[in-house]
Design a protein around this ligand. Sequence first.
Ligand SMILES: [Zn+2]
Length: 101
Amino acid sequence: MERRIIFYLQCACGSRGSIVEFCAAPAGAMDRQHSRFLLRGLSQGGEYCGENEVFARLKPACQKCGQTMGPASIVGVSELGQTAVIAPRAHRAIHDAYVQR
Ligand SMILES: [Zn+2]
């Protein structure tokens, strides 16, 4: 079954949005080749050009102020049906598995 992973992003202005990943790879595997992504509450006009493949592909930006959102904007990660929202600083290892900076 397809996994659904949600990345919660917060802009410096306080506005929030999320990236939803529909991942065909089994749990534990981070193969994003067949993943589909959906932006919620974010626009696609960002200018991110770093190493994170997800952000480089989606180029998310704040819908309110237009600021580019990068991996540093992630404030939480959760996987539907698996876990509650994970605070990145409290669960470094899990966070790093999802987020390649
Ligand atoms: Zn903003």
